[in-house]
Design a protein around this ligand. Structure first.
Ligand SMILES: [Zn+2]
Length: 428
C-alpha cells in the first residue's frame, strides 16, 4: 500500500482554532498517523513530500451543490440545453469543483433527472475527475411552485418535476430512487427567483404532500433536502426529519428555539450568495439592487443575515456554499461563501472552515458513519495543501494557484510541485 508522508506542514485539523506544525502520513486512501509539534513520523518506505511550511487541511465539502446548473440567468435557463451538451457541461463542472478544492459534494438538485447520477457513477469508477458525489434529484415542486415556469400552452424547460398530491410525490420519489438518486430535494417554499408567483415566505405544499415525500424517502434510507425559506417550511423539515434545511430565511425566533433543541439532526444551508450576489452584483444581467428589492431578493438577504446570525449564536450547524451555477455566482467561485460567513454572519474564520470541512464531512457521510473532513487518523485522505494560512486569508481558497495540491481518496488530483515563494527563489 502506498505510503505518502507530508512533512513541514502547518495542519488545520478541521475542528481546531489554530494551525499546528506537524507531519501527516497517508497510507492507501486514509490518514494513518498525524505527528504534532516537535514530533516526527518514521520515513521508511514512504514517499516524503516536504511541503515547505504550506498549510495542510481537509478537502472542502459542498453540501448544497448544483453541478448541473449552467451559469444561466434565470431558473428556466439553467437546464435550457440538450442533454448531450448537458452531460459534458456537468462533467466539466465536476472537474472544476475538484480543481477548486472540493473533494466531496452533495447534489442539491440536478437540472435533469439522471445527470447527477451518471456523473457520480463515472466519478466512482475513476473515469472522470470530480468530488465524491451524492446524486441529487431534480427539484420536486407543485404546480406553480419554484421552478415551474410554464404557462398554459407555453412550455418551459424546467429543473423540476411537478407533482400535485401525495400520490404523485410518492410515485416520483420512488422512481427517482430507482434511477439512482441519493438525495431527494423538494420545494416547500417560494423564492424571489419565481417572482411574482410566490414569495419565499409562502409555502405551497400541503402537509400530506410533505409527509409523502419525507416518509417515502426516509423509509428507503435516502437523504432529504428541502428548499425551505418559509417559517412553516422549516417547521415541516423538523417534523418530517429533513436532514438538510436549505435557506431557512424566515424562521421565527420560536422556530429557531425549536431547531436548537434538535440541532444534532439537521444541517442548515443558507446559500447566501444567491441573495448577496443577486442583490449587489447582478446589475450586468439586469438585476440592479432596485430590481432585487422589488422581487424580494434583498429582503431574503437581510432576513437571512439576521436568521443565520441567530442560528450561529444558538449553535445550530450552518454550512457554507450553495446555489452556485448562476451567471453572477458561477461555478468555481464557491469558496467566496467563506468570506460571506465571516462578513455577514459573524463567524470566525476557523469556524467557517470547520463548517466547510469537518462538519461538511460529517453531513456528507450521514448515517454511513464514514470518517471524512478532518486531518486525523482513520479519516479518508481528502487533503489540500494551501500556499499560506487560510485562517488569516480565506480568499486563498478562491485562488486555484494557491491550492498547491489536491488529494482525494489517497490519490493526487493535483500533485505538489512546490510553493510559489520557493519556486521563485529557485528560479533566480
Ligand atoms: Zn439550491
Amino acid at each position: 500500500m502506498a505510503r505518502i508522508l507530508f512533512t513541514n506542514v502547518m495542519i488545520f485539523e478541521g475542528t481546531q482554532e489554530k494551525l499546528q506544525p506537524g507531519e501527516v502520513l497517508v497510507q492507501g486512501n486514509r490518514i494513518a498517523a498525524v505527528a504534532g509539534p516537535g514530533e516526527s513520523l518514521p520515513r521508511e518506505g514512504c514517499e516524503v513530500i516536504d511541503a515547505g511550511g504550506a498549510t495542510l487541511m481537509p478537502g472542502m465539502v459542498n453540501t448544497h451543490c448544483h453541478l448541473t446548473y449552467n451559469n444561466g440567468t434565470t431558473v428556466a435557463e439553467l437546464t435550457a440545453l440538450p442533454v448531450e451538451e448537458h452531460v459534458l457541461l456537468s462533467m466539466h463542472n465536476a472537474k472544476l469543483a475538484l480543481d477548486m478544492g472540493f473533494t466531496a459534494a452533495l447534489g442539491a438538485a440536478s437540472a435533469k433527472p439522471r445527470l447527477d447520477i451518471v456523473i457520480r457513477n463515472e466519478i466512482n469508477k475513476g473515469k472522470i475527475p470530480g468530488p465524491r458525489l451524492l446524486a441529487g434529484s431534480p427539484e420536486l415542486t407543485v404546480t406553480g411552485g419554484l421552478a415551474d415556469d410554464n404557462k398554459l400552452e407555453v412550455k418551459h424547460p424546467s429543473i423540476s418535476i411537478i407533482c400535485d398530491g401525495a400520490e404523485e410525490f410518492r410515485k416520483t420519489v420512488r422512481m427517482l430512487i430507482r434511477e439512482g438518486c441519493d438525495v431527494i430535494k423538494f420545494n416547500n417554499s417560494g423564492d424571489s427567483f419565481c417572482f411574482p408567483r410566490m414569495a419565499a415566505y409562502d409555502n405551497p405544499m400541503t402537509e400530506e404532500e410533505v409527509a409523502a415525500v419525507c416518509n417515502t424517502t426516509n423509509n428507503i434510507g435516502k437523504r432529504l433536502a428541502a428548499h425551505a425559506h418559509a417559517d412553516s417550511s422549516v417547521r415541516q423539515c423538523m417534523k418530517y426529519d429533513v436532514e438538510f434545511i436549505f435557506h431557512a430565511t424566515f424562521a421565527t425566533d420560536e422556530t429557531i428555539e425549536q431547531l436548537e433543541k434538535v440541532k444534532h439532526k439537521h444541517w442548515v444551508s443558507p446559500a447566501i450568495a444567491a441573495r448577496y450576489n443577486t442583490t449587489h452584483e447582478a446589475a450586468d444581467w439586469g438585476i440592479t439592487t432596485d430590481v432585487a428589492e422589488m422581487i424580494g431578493n434583498k429582503r431574503e438577504l437581510e432576513m437571512g443575515i439576521q436568521t443565520m446570525t441567530k442560528m450561529r449564536k444558538a449553535g445550530i450547524r450552518v454550512l457554507p456554499f450553495g446555489d452556485y451555477g448562476f451567471a453572477w455566482l458561477p461555478h468555481g467561485t464557491e469558496a467566496r461563501d467563506l468570506e460571506h460567513f465571516v462578513n455577514l454572519f459573524g463567524y470566525q474564520p476557523w469556524e467557517v472552515l470547520r463548517a466547510a470541512t469537518a462538519w461538511g464531512g460529517e453531513a456528507w457521510a450521514g448515517r454511513s458513519g464514514e470518517k471524512m473532513g478532518r486531518v486525523a487518523p482513520g479519516y479518508l485522505a481528502d487533503i489540500l495543501l494551501v500556499d499560506g494560512n487560510p485562517l488569516l486569508d480565506l480568499s486563498l481558497l478562491q485562488d486555484r494557484n494557491a491550492i498547491l495540491a489536491i488529494m482525494k481518496d489517497g490519490s493526487f488530483h493535483k500533485p505538489f510541485a512546490g510553493r510559489a515563494a520557493a519556486m521563485a527563489v529557485a528560479a533566480e
